[in-house]
Design a protein around this ligand. Structure first.
Ligand code: Q9C
Ligand code: ZN
Length: 344
């Protein structure tokens, strides 16, 4: 299958994030994409191409215009104050506070954030747009070139980004935008299957009241894991969307047997739904040696993950999300794709 990749991701390299009360170097770093691309080449997965520019229309189908405008201009307004460090919020509007849109740069940083884990620097907006371009160009391999599957090396990732907020290394929700694009191009029913270790709270929010996009997520139990405030099993959708949101929270220490049982249950629901197309939020931070995660998947398990996803028989867009352990993320990510193609 084709891989769509842009060098622009290097423009986004924020310095610090908070972990255990300490500022530490960001785990979501440019080397991640290098490791993945190296493995795609080493395995001869298929063509590697740069994305074409798509503009922001597709993003504006799921994100608020004032939020996208914030992303586009946040650094300009920040730098105008003489600041050179990454934009990082420190004050958030919680329960009971007004939701008036602020103008002050520090207020805006907090207003548009769910956490401090998505800093913005000078080159971030360019990288964010190119990451989305990768997802949309990969999607065209399916909608226009009529191929079965494609892989988008998206950096930064997207699944924590909601209608009007960033967080968890994410800014624009690449997978959700691609799913909406599939709907807009004629697919009646689309599934987003999120296999990243963390719950895809942004994607869940965007489709929570809708029955045309089924969201299925397998992730660390939010009772004890980021993003904490979404991803519980009783979150099943609302209104029209009731029954079209399916969460599989799993405990720390979960291994592949238990994880794969959840995937199979998710696949049965996907089959009942009768989808036309599938978008996979492909995070491999479920790996046993991932530095910020608590599942115990081993590299060969990712081959089986790919086989099980392929058995759904759907046109499938793979959108890169998380995965942070050294170069095994390349092996694991490509194992899913090779398992999917039956090359394993
Ligand atoms: N104790 C994705 O995988 N902070 N995002 C974790 C670790 C945020 C993960 C702190 C993790 C975000 C796309
Ligand atoms: Zn993750």
């Amino acid at each position: 299958m084709w891989t769509i990749y842009s060098e622009d991701h290097r423009l986004h390299r924020p310095r610090y994030e908070l972990m255990d009360g300490e500022l530490v170097p960001v785990f979501e770093k440019p080397e991640r994409a290098d490791w993945v691309l190296e493995r795609v080449k080493a395995r001869g997965l298929g063509e590697i191409a740069a994305p074409r520019r798509h503009g922001l229309d597709a993003a504006l189908r799921v994100h608020a215009d004032h939020y996208v405008d914030y992303l586009a201009h946040a650094w300009r307004d920040w730098a105008a104050l003489g600041r050179s460090h990454d934009i990082m919020p420190y004050c958030y509007p919680v329960r009971g506070m007004g939701q008036r849109r602020p103008t002050d740069p520090d207020a805006r940083a907090g207003f548009y954030a769910m956490d401090s884990a998505a800093p913005i620097m000078a080159g971030s907006w360019q990288a964010i747009q190119s990451s989305l371009d990768c997802a949309l160009s990969a999607l065209e391999r399916i909608t226009e070139a009529r191929e079965r599957a494609a892989f988008a090396v998206c950096r930064p990732p997207g699944h924590h980004a909601g209608h009007d907020y960033l967080g968890g290394y994410c800014y624009l929700n690449n997978a959700a935008i691609a799913a909406q694009q599939l709907r807009d191009k004629g697919a009646s029913r689309v599934v987003v299957l999120d296999v990243d270790y963390h719950h895809g709270n942004g994607t869940q929010q965007l489709f929570y009241a809708r029955s045309d996009v089924l969201f299925v997520s397998i992730h660390g139990d939010p009772g004890v894991e980021y993003p904490f405030f979404a991803g519980h099993a009783d979150e099943t959708g609302v209104g029209e969307g009731l029954g079209y949101n399916l969460n599989f929270p799993l405990p720390h220490g979960t291994g592949f047997t238990q994880w794969h049982a959840a995937l199979q249950a998710g696949c049965r629901a996907i089959e009942r739904f009768g989808a036309d197309a599938l978008v996979v939020s492909l995070g491999v931070d479920t790996y046993q040696d991932d530095p910020i995660s608590q599942f115990k998947l081993a590299s060969p398990d990712y081959l089986r993950m790919g086989e099980t996803i392929a058995a759904l028989g759907l046109p499938t867009l793979f959108v890169m999300e998380g995965g942070y352990a050294v170069d095994e993320i390349g092996v694991n990510m490509v194992n899913v794709l090779e398992g999917f193609e039956g090359r394993a």
